[in-house]
Design a protein around this ligand. Structure first.
Ligand SMILES: NC(=O)c1ccc[n+]([C@@H]2O[C@H](COP(=O)([O-])OP(=O)(O)OC[C@H]3O[C@@H](n4cnc5c(N)ncnc54)[C@H](O)[C@@H]3O)[C@@H](O)[C@H]2O)c1
Length: 361
């Protein structure tokens, strides 16, 4: 089964991934290679990556000696912008990167989004490889061809659809990822299971803590995203299913941004998944026993946050309400059943407030 996504989508796991990357570098005879990382992944992942790739041998055999460069940025969203892109592009120009050069993105979603974006605009596009090192990167950000940077407060407002030549999943990188970042990435895996099938959800439910997250369930998660993206690469239809939990999740994330209560993206999505599962029950009759089970499961990975009435009203204001929609209802991806998502569902202010009450109890 694994070989299916390996061959078709060039997503390779573990040792096979390193073999394929070595093969790619040997066959393509890239004139320059940039390994792009942030300072955390430089420290925690670069030495291991170079060992696994057997870079010394590769240099001897392929004459890539002196052609290998490394560039690192500060960790975090602070680096995901046009100013930083300009600096990296200047580095590429200064070092003579050409059309036949390669960028290897070694990092979380920040690095694969930013490095993929640069690769798609430098010289109108050069090849790139994603080596995701965070859980969120492995199951979500590095997969599906979306690249981009932020502008002012607008996340991913500039970018492109551009697929990596190869994606290498090495789950051993997760050993240095913090528990908090693991839980954040796990939110997307929960989401994938809920929109995919009851069988997938059953497999996710056996995870008791983050140490149970293994290559097999990471594979299942990647497969779900790949299947959806393949049917709708430009998000005109079913790719919207991937927004399950994200309408309210994003609003919560934005609301706390820059405050003492600021939370990670995935932490906001965990709450969004509980709220939108409740809305699924109210609006599409998802069975209440499923909603309760989803909430109980998610609360094992999530710290309860208290929302007062002001918070809730301000979060609701942040939802993008359709101006043409006179009934003043927000649009959601919701579940009729586990594994049966649908998009363009409407929900009222009152229903959303009830969902927050359900979360509070
Ligand atoms: N393109 C897409 O489809 C897509 C999808 C989801 C999210 N994203 C983007 O991804 C980004 C979030 O991704 P993320 O959560 O991976 O963030 P991130 O890349 O900022 O990584 C989170 C933190 O973990 C550190 N880290 C990463 N791997 C590590 C490792 N193995 N050991 C130790 N530390 C490590 C990073 O340095 C960083 O401090 C956002 O910018 C988001 O917009 C993109």
């Amino acid at each position: 089964m694994k070989s299916q996504i390996e061959q078709k989508h060039s997503i390779f796991f573990g040792n096979t991934g390193y073999d394929k990357l070595r093969e790619l570098i040997t066959i393509k005879k890239y004139d320059k290679i940039l390994i792009f990382s942030d300072s955390n992944t430089e420290k925690n992942c670069l030495p291991n990556f170079q060992d696994q790739l057997n870079i010394n041998d590769l240099q001897k055999n392929t004459e890539i000696k002196n052609k290998l460069y490394h560039y690192k940025v500060k960790p975090g969203e602070v680096s995901k912008n046009l100013d930083e892109s300009k600096k990296i592009i200047e580095f590429l120009i200064l070092n003579g990167f050409k059309r036949n050069s390669l960028i290897i993105n070694l990092g979380g979603g920040l690095i694969t989004d930013l490095g993929g974006f640069i690769a798609s605009i430098y010289l109108r596009g050069i090849e790139f490889v994603n080596v995701p090192t965070s859980l969120l990167g492995m199951v979500d950000a590095s997969i599906g061809g979306k690249t981009g940077v932020d502008l002012n407060n607008l996340k991913n407002i500039i970018g492109s659809f551009n697929n990596a030549n190869l994606i290498l999943i090495d789950t051993s990188f997760l050993s240095t990822l913090s528990e908090r970042q693991m839980r954040s990435g796990f939110s997307e895996m929960i989401k994938h299971s809920l929109i995919d099938s009851r069988n997938h959800w059953e497999k996710i439910k056996v995870v008791n803590d983050c140490s149970d997250i293994n290559e097999k369930i990471i594979y299942n998660s990647i497969k779900t995203k790949i299947d959806i993206v393949e049917s709708d690469p430009k998000e005109s239809g079913i790719r919207k299913f991937l927004n399950y939990g994200h309408t309210l999740g994003h609003a919560i994330e934005s609301y706390f941004l820059g405050t003492k209560k600021e939370i990670l993206h995935g932490e906001a999505i965990l709450i969004g998944l509980i709220l939108e599962s409740f809305l699924s029950h109210k609006i599409l009759d998802l069975e209440i026993k499923d909603v309760l089970e989803i909430k109980d499961f998610i609360m094992k990975f999530s710290k309860k946050i208290s929302f007062d009435q002001d918070d809730i009203e301000n979060i609701i204001k942040l939802l993008k309400f359709d101006k043409k929609n006179k009934s003043n209802k927000a649009q959601f991806v919701l579940l009729e059943d586990i594994g049966k998502p649908s998009f363009n569902n409407e929900s009222s202010f009152v229903e959303i407030k009830d969902a927050f009450e359900f979360y509070r109890l």
